[in-house]
Write a protein that binds this ligand. Structure first.
Ligand SMILES: Cc1cc2nc3c(=O)[nH]c(=O)nc-3n(C[C@H](O)[C@H](O)[C@H](O)COP(=O)(O)OP(=O)(O)OC[C@H]3O[C@@H](n4cnc5c(N)ncnc54)[C@H](O)[C@@H]3O)c2cc1C
Length: 297
């Protein structure tokens, strides 16, 4: 139980809540099913706890998943990178198993304190359009693995991210892992992020992923954007322009313009919408050039 006023009488502490530390995924799911919408899973707490302190979130119960064994591994399996629900941002930044846009984005998540506690799966579930990971997952074509009382299902990231801070999980489902495809052929990826200062959320972020055919043309492309729409948004027209063509500065500039047209930024303290579109165009070009260089490497 937590006090709801601090010593000055201001309401800057979380409202009262119950807490359980689940010992297994099954126990966590049962507790969530019992509490419904009022119950939240607690992973790294790096988004949920600040929201509770500001009373933007007032769950009546927290189900802490941090003591559940077996969720903290990064594994390569069947052409996919499996990232468990308790893999921290810092684990990914330090892992030799990751590459492309995933490896490129990890050091850009906030600062060391947040990276040591926050999880990729927590970030994915949170669906904050300023979060970096969902852009990376959209660009790479990842799947979210959800577990509920009747078993597991894989959800395409495009279907998982529903809206502003809204995912497609059922009330009794938990994210147990994310599966990111690892292409067998030549591929590369990059995440380009503009931030006002170290540790800040993105003013603009762009994730790019490219795969090359034997003749050097682009056989698959993924481009997705952070902080420039109400959700992390895929730049599908830019992707379509790229496929079937040879990588070039002109092609990447064209794709950048298409991504900028697909962005829907707002004027805010980080800059004007007009300027953010220009940054999207430039950063898409940069991300694609870096991805192509890696794939050709
Ligand atoms: C100062 C600061 C700066 C930050 N900067 C950035 C940044 O630059 N880029 C960025 O991407 N993020 C940033 N973050 C957010 C950070 O990445 C969080 O770690 C992340 O958004 C949430 O992960 P978490 O493990 O902390 O989740 P929590 O805070 O524990 O949970 C977040 C939400 O997801 C739900 N949830 C968590 N795990 C699961 C699960 N396994 N299944 C279902 N639901 C789940 C929770 O119930 C809650 O609703 C920042 C945070 C802070 C405090």
């Amino acid at each position: 139980m937590c006090a709801d006023r601090d010593e000055w009488g201001s309401r800057m502490l979380p409202a009262q809540f119950d807490y359980i530390a689940a010992a297994s995924v099954e126990e966590a799911i049962a507790a969530k099913a019992e509490g419904g919408d009022e119950t939240r899973f607690l992973a790294g707490g790096q988004s949920l706890l600040p929201m509770m302190k500001l009373r933007f979130a007032t769950p009546s119960k927290l189900v802490d998943i941090n003591r559940i064994a077996g969720l903290d591994a990064i594994r390569s399996h069947n052409g996919h990178l499996h990232v468990g629900a308790l893999v921290r941002h810092a684990d990914i930044a330090a892992s030799g198993a990751v590459s492309g846009a995933v490896a490129s984005a990890a050091p850009w998540i906030s600062d060391p304190l947040v990276r040591n506690l926050g999880t990729l799966c927590g970030s994915v579930a949170h669906c904050d359009p300023e979060g970096d990971w969902n852009s990376v997952l959209l660009a790479t074509g990842a799947e979210v693995v959800a577990q509920g009382p009747s078993g597991r299902r894989a959800i395409d990231i495009g279907d998982f991210v529903q809206d502003f801070f809204t995912n497609s999980l059922a009330e009794d489902e938990m994210v147990v892992a994310v599966h990111i495809p690892v292409p067998s052929g030549r591929s590369g990826g990059s995440y380009q992020k503009l931030e006002r200062k170290v540790g800040d959320y993105a003013t603009v972020g762009v994730a790019a992923h490219l795969e090359l055919a034997a003749d050097g043309t682009i056989s698959a492309a993924g481009v997705a954007m952070t902080s420039v729409a109400p959700i992390n948004r895929k730049a599908t027209e830019a992707e379509a322009l790229l496929v079937g063509n040879a990588p070039s500065a002109e092609l990447f500039a064209e794709a950048g313009a298409a991504a900028a047209a697909a962005a829907d930024p707002r004027d805010d303290v980080r800059g004007s919408a007009r300027w953010k579109r220009q940054v999207v165009a430039a950063f898409t070009g940069r991300a694609l050039a870096a991805a192509a260089e890696q794939a050709q490497g």
